[in-house]
Design a protein around this ligand. Structure first.
Ligand code: UDP
Ligand code: MG
Length: 321
């Protein structure tokens, strides 16, 4: 793997953050200068329609660590982070919100933890969520509960998208061809060694949340459907059960007719209705299985990631000039 040109990339997704951007820069810059490592600040403008792009162009001239990527249209928080991860060049990459809810001061600690403890991922874990609304706390808890119940991803309940990742982790994330990545589930699912750094979740420094209820719901649905085919399995079983029940009704109608206690025409009607129902429901169940398989194939997640391979170590190192 070629050496990373910078030690640390800071990926910042921004959607209409004109109010908060100057505050963010003012707070990040002195912190960054004290890290004592080479770094880049990769701002991903997620199709902002306010002055964010103008402010970013200005910033780029004032601070040469800044790189700007602008998406054509609003693609969403996760997609914006993905765009940043694909372009980040650092040996470590941290993703942080622009609204100062994630303190830039914690980045230095994350870097320290990553290097000292030799871990690939350092999750920022909210120790105090009192700045979040009760609604946000309740919905977040429900979200992680259902994810844990439906899939086997061990996502931290109080971790969001403030996290540091090693180059190997970022490469692994970038190699996933799926487009609806819910990173807070994808990253733990990769299984890299991890640690956490606690922080206090501050209130938004300025501007309004760019996460209306609709976007939050979208994230939850992407999370559940991305990591579990349990809902589909449920539909499959329902189809199979319904099909069997329809067959039982059919048998009952035939037996009742043979015993002679039915009205004329009743048996043929019930037999036709339940036969058609049984065939449809059974077929739906089978279809569900194939749809599930097609879906996993489309996601094309690698079946494993190699942590370490002794064969690789024994290979002669390539000569470079
Ligand atoms: N964001 C983004 N695209 C979106 C929505 C949000 O890039 O479509 C960014 C936003 O600018 C911020 C981060 O994602 O840097 C988190 O968003 P926000 O603070 O609005 O979410 P909340 O903290 O309210 O959940
Ligand atoms: Mg926020």
């Amino acid at each position: 793997m070629p050496a990373a040109p910078v030690d640390l990339s800071v990926v910042v997704p921004m959607y209409n953050e004109q109010e908060v951007l100057p505050l963010f820069v003012e707070r990040l810059r002195p912190v960054a200068e004290a890290w004592g490592v080479t770094y880049e600040v990769l701002c991903v403008d997620d199709g902002s329609t306010d002055a964010t792009p103008v402010l970013l162009q200005r910033l780029r001239r004032e601070w040469d660590a800044v790189r700007v990527v602008r998406l054509r249209a609003n693609a969403g928080h996760q997609a914006a982070i993905s765009a940043g991860l694909a372009r980040a060049r650092g040996a470590y990459v941290v993703t942080i919100d622009a609204d100062l809810q994630d303190p830039p001061e914690t980045i230095g600690e994350m870097l320290h933890v990553a290097r000292e403890q030799h871990v690939d991922v350092v999750y920022g874990v909210r120790e105090d969520r009192s700045s979040d609304t009760a609604f946000k706390r309740v919905t977040a808890r429900a979200f992680y509960r259902s994810i844990r119940a439906l899939s086997d991803v061990d996502a931290h309940v109080d971790a969001g998208d403030f996290r540091m990742m090693s180059r190997a982790t970022v490469d692994a994330v970038n190699s996933l061809p799926e487009s609806n990545r819910v990173l807070r589930l994808v990253v733990p699912a990769l299984g890299f060694p991890s640690a956490s750094a606690g922080y206090r979740r501050a209130p938004r420094a300025a501007g309004d949340s760019k996460y209306p209820l609709g976007k939050m719901l979208r994230l939850s649905i992407d999370g559940v459907t991305g990591f579990s085919i349990a809902p589909l399995r449920f539909a499959t079983w329902l189809g199979l059960l319904g099909g069997v029940a329809a067959l039982v009704v059919l048998l009952y109608a035939v037996v009742a007719m043979l015993l002679g206690n039915t009205l004329p025409g009743w048996t043929s009607t019930v037999v036709i209705v339940s036969a058609v129902g049984a065939v449809q429901l059974l077929a739906l169940g089978i279809l569900g299985e194939y749809v599930g398989r097609t879906y996993s194939a489309l996601q094309a997640r690698p079946a494993y990631f190699v942590a370490h391979d002794s064969l690789e170590l024994e290979m002669p190192t390539p000569v470079t000039d």
